[in-house]
Design a protein around this ligand. Structure first.
Ligand code: GLU
Length: 298
């Protein structure tokens, strides 16, 4: 893999949607923010399709993304990277972490994790810690598994994920880790990360040989992305990305986290809540200029 160090050429921005539904206004905000900041920086703008979830990604959604972005008038550089075609790149990164003993297989199902967390809470009378997304930290049962036993189960075909041993990872990265946030007005600030609040995150899933965290880190480096512009919902996950970048010897881009659009109930817009898609808005006669204006871009 040849990694392009950021800052060595024009700034590189990317919009990276997952094709498991039609784009809605929240995506438009993200894409338009990328466009505006890339333009301001005289940078390049890439489109990446994050379709590692083969069960949820659908070709018609990829076509829909391209259609909707074209309709909005956002111009991307030719050459769309589709993550599902690059599992080998993520596998290579994973093997490097495995070779350093930073990854372990985990055979626990979600129910088993929930049951163990409940048992520990009952035992201590204290709530079990949750990660920033509200999921319980992995209690660590498989971390204690003898390597021979883990190998035996894998050979027998037992379904498993691969987890990052966060304590070991942080011992390996050493000193305090951080990254730089940039704002539209050009100001910058340093942020120190607290990856331990995520615990032993999954780097490869049962059904997919990678995870969002690993793929996004590898791709941002492979594509020479220097400026990551994404929603505040991914701000906390950046801590994990910085650890992975350090472990893999990859550069850490600059980050900008844009606001999230909320629906009438104050919840984040999401495909699962049937927020109106750009395609539906278009069918109702809404124009791209209306959307740009509504979101604060004119
Ligand atoms: N694919 C992610 C999403 O659609 C965004 C990834 C990123 O910007 O880092 O939420």
């Amino acid at each position: 893999m040849a990694f392009i160090p950021p800052d060595s050429r024009k700034p590189v921005f990317r919009f990276a949607p997952s094709p498991n539904g039609r784009l809605h206004l929240g995506h438009a905000l993200s894409a338009l923010t990328n466009e505006a900041l890339a333009r301001k920086a005289g940078g390049r703008l890439l489109l990446r399709i994050e379709d590692i979830d083969l069960a949820r990604s659908r070709p018609e959604f990829v076509a829909g993304i391209i259609e909707d972005l074209g309709w909005l008038g956002i111009v991307f550089e030719p050459g769309i990277r589709r993550q599902s075609r690059h599992f080998e790149d993520y596998g290579a990164a994973l093997r490097r972490l495995q070779a350093r003993g930073l990854v372990y297989p985990c055979f626990c199902s979600r129910q088993e994790i929930r049951a163990e967390v409940a048992a520990r809470e009952a035992g201590t009378g204290r709530p079990w810690p949750l990660d920033p997304d509200g999921a319980p930290l992995y209690p660590g049962r498989c971390k204690a598994l003898a390597p021979e036993e883990a190998a035996r189960r894998i050979a027998a075909g037992a379904p498993h994920v691969l987890r990052l041993d966060m304590a070991k990872a942080l011992a390996a990265t050493g000193n305090a880790l951080g990254y730089v946030v940039f704002e539209a007005d050009g100001s910058r600030r340093e942020v120190e990360v607290r990856p331990e609040r995520w615990g032993d995150v999954v780097l490869a899933r049962k059904d997919v040989p990678t995870s969002y965290h690993l793929a996004v880190v590898v791709d941002d480096a492979l594509q020479g992305v220097s400026h990551v512009v994404r929603g505040r919902d991914l701000e906390a996950a950046t801590d994990i990305h910085v650890v992975l970048q350090r472990l893999l010897g990859l550069p850490t881009p600059l980050y900008h986290f844009h606001r999230l659009l909320l629906d009438e109930d104050g919840r984040k817009l999401a495909k699962s809540r049937q927020s109106e898609s750009l395609a539906e808005l278009r069918a109702e006669g809404v124009q791209p200029a209306d959307i740009r204006r509504q979101l604060g871009f004119s």
